[in-house]
Design a protein around this ligand. Structure first.
Ligand code: NAP
Length: 309
């Protein structure tokens, strides 16, 4: 296990198996992970761990990988599948928390919450002013949901309460991405990171958005090109952006993107509530326990491993 987890799930694992937990705040360096994982039959990994072909090859006894996330873009799924190793993930339990944060970021961007807090702290709140810190309404706006899966649909349910119209796009339906970008007042990203979605929101996509529109990313950082976003914000091509995920992660405090105006960034906290992180821990441990007992993982990102003879 590459990190301690909230709640009591790891104790359940330790009751059934010999376990080793990386004790530090920072992820284990890759060489340390390679060395310590070498004799493991199961790995419980975070999205900050690189579970690549080299790591999988370095663990000859490995029978299960359980990732503490719904996204598995940090895992070489193809390699794991080729070796018959199931990869567990944690879908569903983090859907509502992540959708809550997406809506919080829409409101933060459009109602200038971070800027407002900063103004107060800097002593620049002089009086009530008719045209001070004006933003845009979420209510009654058109929200474009890119990736209409569990989280995308949970965002739709929330913004319905704000009287928003929704457009959505995914490979299996909805409107074309270009149309969604042109018509939306808010564009919120909920696709997984893949070869197809890396850099999906670059110069061209940002150029198609309205100058009054906001971009929200709670999916994965590399879906948005940070240079293109910085430029779009500086040139006023869009009204603002709010990001839970960035490229790179963590975003260094001196990264040029942070110089751009109308940008709020939070440190990848989409699923970061006490309840959700405990549910994720239970799910990740259940995946590992099932696979190590020779059964099927309840939540598996490469279920085709079970179709193999
Ligand atoms: P999901 O239910 O699998 O939904 C993903 C959606 O994306 C599906 O509707 C899928 O539909 C669509 N999609 C996939 N590839 C696409 C492409 N190339 N172009 C357009 N649409 C595409 O996943 P979820 O549970 O909602 O989670 C979505 C992502 O959110 C995760 O993969 C993870 O990276 C991220 N996440 C982030 C946090 C956080 O802490 N910020 C927390 C949870 C999840 P089609 O297959 O029909 O295209």
């Amino acid at each position: 296990m590459t990190r301690r987890l909230p709640g009591g799930a790891l104790e359940r694992l330790a009751a059934a198996h010999e376990t080793e937990v990386w004790p530090k705040r920072m992820a284990p360096p890759q060489d340390e992970l390679l060395e310590r994982a070498a004799s493991a039959e199961g790995l419980l990994t975070m999205l900050t761990d690189r579970v690549d072909a080299e790591l999988v090859a370095a663990c000859p006894r490995l029978r299960a990988i359980s990732n503490y996330a719904v996204g598995v873009d940090n895992v070489d799924l193809q390699e794991a599948t080729a070796r018959g190793i199931p990869v567990g993930n944690t879908p569903g339990v983090l859907t509502d928390s992540t959708a809550d944060l997406a809506v919080a970021l829409m409101l933060a961007a459009a109602r200038r919450i971070v800027e407002g807090d900063d103004v107060v702290r800097r002593g620049e709140w002089r009086t009530w002013e008719p045209d001070f810190l004006l933003g845009h309404d979420l209510h009654g706006s058109t929200v474009g949901i890119v990736g209409y899966g569990r989280i995308g649909q949970a965002v739709e349910r929330r913004v319905a309460g704000f009287g928003c119209s929704v457009l959505h796009t995914s490979r299996s339906g909805g409107v074309p991405l270009g149309e969604l970008l042109e018509r939306s007042d808010f564009v919120t990203l909920h696709v997984p990171l893949s070869d197809e979605t890396r850099g999906l929101i670059g110069d061209e996509a940002l150029g198609r958005m309205k100058p009054t529109a906001y971009l929200v990313n709670t999916a994965r950082g590399p879906i948005v090109d940070p240079d293109a976003l910085g430029q779009a914000l500086r040139q006023g091509e869009i009204a603002g952006a709010a990001l839970d995920v960035t490229d790179p992660e963590p975003l260094p405090a001196d990264h040029p993107l942070l110089e751009a105006p109308k940008l709020a960034v939070v440190p990848h906290v989409g699923s970061a509530t006490h309840a959700t992180r405990e549910l994720m821990a239970d799910m990740a441990v259940d995946n590992l326990l099932a696979a190590l007992a020779g059964g099927r993982m309840p939540n598996c990102a490469n279920p085709e491993v079970y179709d193999r003879p």
